[in-house]
Design a protein around this ligand. Sequence first.
Ligand code: PGA
Length: 248
Amino acid sequence: MRNKPIIAANWKMNKTPNEGIEFFDEIKSNFSGDQDIIIIIGIAFTGLNSFSPVPPIFKAAQNCHWEQSGAYTGEISVDMIKDCGADYVILGHSERRHIFKETDNQINLKMRSVTDKGLSPILCVGETLSQRNENMTDETLKIQLNEALSGLNSFSNLTIAYEPVWAIGTGLTATEDQIKSAHLRIKEILFGLYPNSDDIPILYGGSVNRNNASALIKVENVSGFLIGGASLKVDEFKSIINNVKDIV
Ligand code: PGA
């Protein structure tokens, strides 16, 4: 693995700002100044301003609106996120796509807004179980990537997260072969869009935990993880980070 592994937490709609501070302090006391890893914490908007990032620990928002300001009640702009000191924005998560009916076109507008403002998108892609059963995994990844990245010339800040929908929050992890093949396909699609895209990190997400992290980080082209459930308990999250650090 050429780049430092990235371990990203996606807290989803969990943790009050105060609960987040407690967790952050614990991670900070264990990993601040660590040169071997990048840790990203995906926080609800309400907690985004509660603590300051300390390398290698960075903050991510979990969504944004594509407009910079205006009459969009309940929405949050990239400038607002940036002002809270976040460096990353998770976009296109399957819960946004499926529960909130976010379209590839909207994800593309958000990608443009995030990159225009100099923040780093973590773009989530992945197939549903029926798409996998119909042998549509490759095609799904191709459509999601092509549409989300349409018109984006710069890929320097881009991170991709491959998250098979059927593995998210289910306890069902994709097999090493399934992950290897999806990550390779993603690499090929990215290469078609951006020559020299070899360094774009591709995270795996879907029921990653302290027991499977060591094996999954060894899968070819896996640059790290996007972790939901197992990122909520600080001891479990620390174990995952330490397990990955032991391997790379
Ligand atoms: P999970 O969630 O680790 O709970 O499967 C991953 C995600 O939704 O990013």
